[in-house]
Design a protein. Structure first.
Length: 214
């Protein structure tokens, strides 16, 4: 009986791990406690991630959103094409790349973000539990509505670039994150900026690479 219990534990634990992975990402989960549950799927035929999430915001001293992520060390470059599925929703709803110290709702993080109204911004929480502030905790890009979002880490410095598909990327800005220099969580996110609804994002051509050395 004891051996059977151990077998069932290992079986269900393995099944849960497999179910919880999505594409190249090891896990997906709701961060915080959104009123409506999110989800993540990967369509291999079209190389597209479909991320659905609710949440009041990614701001102040806690966050709520859906996150598909994996653990990474050392330097990296994250690139993908992002779009919302549908035109309806709060103008401040968010999609993009996020690098995070943990899945705690008040964790330090830095995010390369596109909003529902097209606003393009690099934003961060330097220390766990800090209240994010406007404009001290973000860098705005003067233009809006880009499909391609890239976030690069070199040491403790993160740089966001954006562009249209097939065109050179433009630098939004850089910021140093002392708490995000070791192993971190890296992934795709969507936040509805409205706890009553769920927003859907489609993310294509996802690439995680090493920075090119001179």
């Amino acid at each position: 009986m004891k051996l059977l219990s151990v077998f069932l534990f290992l079986f269900y634990g393995s099944a849960y791990t497999q179910t919880n992975s999505v594409g190249i990402f090891e896990h997906h989960t709701d961060i915080g406690n959104p009123k409506n549950a999110g989800s993540a799927q990967y369509d291999k035929s079209s190389n597209t991630y479909i991320i659905k999430g609710s949440g009041y915001n990614i701001w102040f001293d806690k966050d709520e959103f859906q996150y598909a992520y994996k653990k990474l060390k050392d330097d990296f470059v994250l690139t993908a094409n992002f779009e919302f599925a549908g035109e309806n929703g709060n103008g401040h709803r968010k999609i993009g790349w996020m690098v995070r110290e943990s899945t705690d709702d008040n964790a330090a993080h830095i995010s390369a973000v596109s909003h529902g109204d097209g606003l393009t911004v690099l934003q961060w929480r330097v220390n766990k539990g800090d209240s994010m502030r406007d404009p001290e905790g973000e860098i705005f890009f003067p233009q809006k509505k880009f499909e391609v979002i890239q976030l690069q880490r070199i040491g403790k410095t993160f740089t966001m670039k954006v562009g249209h598909k097939g065109e050179p990327l433009q630098i939004v800005g850089s910021h140093e994150m002392p708490n995000l220099s070791g192993e971190v969580l890296v992934g795709l996110f969507v936040c509805a900026h409205d706890p009553e609804v769920v927003q859907e994002a489609k993310v294509r051509d996802v690439h995680i690479n090493k920075p090119q050395t001179q």
